[in-house]
Design a binder for this molecule. Sequence first.
Ligand code: FAD
Length: 486
Amino acid sequence: MEPTLARGLVWLRRDLRAHDHAALRLALSQCAQVHCVFVFDPHILDALPRRDRRVAFLQATVAELDATLRSLAGQAEAGLIVLHAVPEDAIPALAQRLGVQAVYASHDDEPYALARDAQVRTHLAAQGVALHTVKDHVVFERSEVLTQAGRPFSVFTPYKNAWLRQLTPTQLAEQPVAPLAHRLAPRPADLHAPVPTLSALGFEPVELPLAAGTSGARALLDDFLARMDHYHERRDFPSVKGPSYLSVHLRFGTLSVRELAGAAHARAQAGQAGAVAWLNELIWRDFYAQILHHWPHVVERSFKPAYDAIAWEQGPEAEALFAAWCEGRTGYPLVDAAMAQLNQTGYMHNRLRMVVASFLVKDLGIDWRWGERYFAETLNDFDLASNNGGWQWASSSGCDAQPYFRIFNPVSQSEKFDADGKFIRRYLPQLARLPAKALHAPWDARPLELADAGVVLGRDYPLPIVRHDAAREKTLARYAVVKATA
Ligand code: FAD
């Protein structure tokens, strides 16, 4: 394939890999010489706490990507250009400095990214440089899957059925990089700066509980492929190695979603129930991405407007309840263990995300946006579309949410999904010696059981901050304003 342009620039953002890459492949096929850049954006970095696992993950991933590009190109100078600058200025300036005719990037439909890209596009156009953006983050995007009436889906199951009907090998086809890697261009000498360290970026070192980069993602994927068949049976039990743990890699694009969906689809076609269930989750990811695209108001407000009339708890008492939830001090062991998992590792099991979100909104009466924000600050895999979708699902305000009168009981969820208390014991060692029966609701434990386990409630572990039954009644009353529309 003969290139038509002399020089191009690929701007990598949440697609941090050097294989099966739509934007990189397009640039390599159109340009004789291709540079790659990653920009650490101070707009994003400055808003983060100084110890942030995502930044550490990103830094390590960018360093690996730099090495991979150099080795693919077969020359040490052909690595990633890494900048720490405002992208709206830095990308047009770099395009000019390198003399490129086009800049290539993957779509990013989060509101901040759309505004940023619009500005970059305008600045580049003024220089006579095109910005080409392509789909990469999802299998189907934006308006690719619509109802027969040509409207976006707001209910998952018909969306999923249409998604599956529309799937052809084209969407899953690899976008190979290696065959054209000889077109990766050497960096000019003044752009050879090494990938900045965490401290150069203004961050403190933090322990990463997960391996970064495509190498880390591959290791997880290989491990998961060997147990994908059991996904549907194991995925709901937080103490069991059931899910893939690939979400942070999907967030930063260290693997291609096409490859993952392709692997799941092939096994699903062969009748494997685990693969069917896992593919379903990847379709949820696409579903929420298109919800954000078509209904961007969800970032601020309920998908269903009637739910904006709900009066949430406010004031110092609500703030104290919220702090107890964030810090895992609610007195409900499964909720507190889940929050400990999040706070200690930056990951939380999907079942537990549903449990703690429901608890915040429907037991504590706190606005789902508070929880959404806390997750955004702490989750390694934070993704605006999926996080918003998950929170609006739990608060019943979402497009295809659980009905408002369905309220998870945190004790029965605990008995069902952590029956022997293995997960709770791991994250709440102070309760580890309680028998399983007493672990789910320690306030109901017999005094002797507590004494034998060395637990004094109120000292070693909090008493419950709300009574679920009373909270349930209050929530049903609170949601009465939406009854007519629910
Ligand atoms: P697996 O079970 O192995 O699933 C594979 C992949 O499918 C995941 O990596 C993820 O990309 C996707 N996926 C799975 N479940 C969902 C779902 N319900 N919605 C959308 N995509 C899904 N996921 C995020 O990636 N980022 C978030 O910020 C996020 N916030 C959430 C908030 C709440 C309140 C809830 C209920 C769910 C949230 N999820 C989010 C979805 C889900 O919990 C995580 O994707 C999943 O737990 C990640 O673990 P895993 O990679 O082992 O998942």
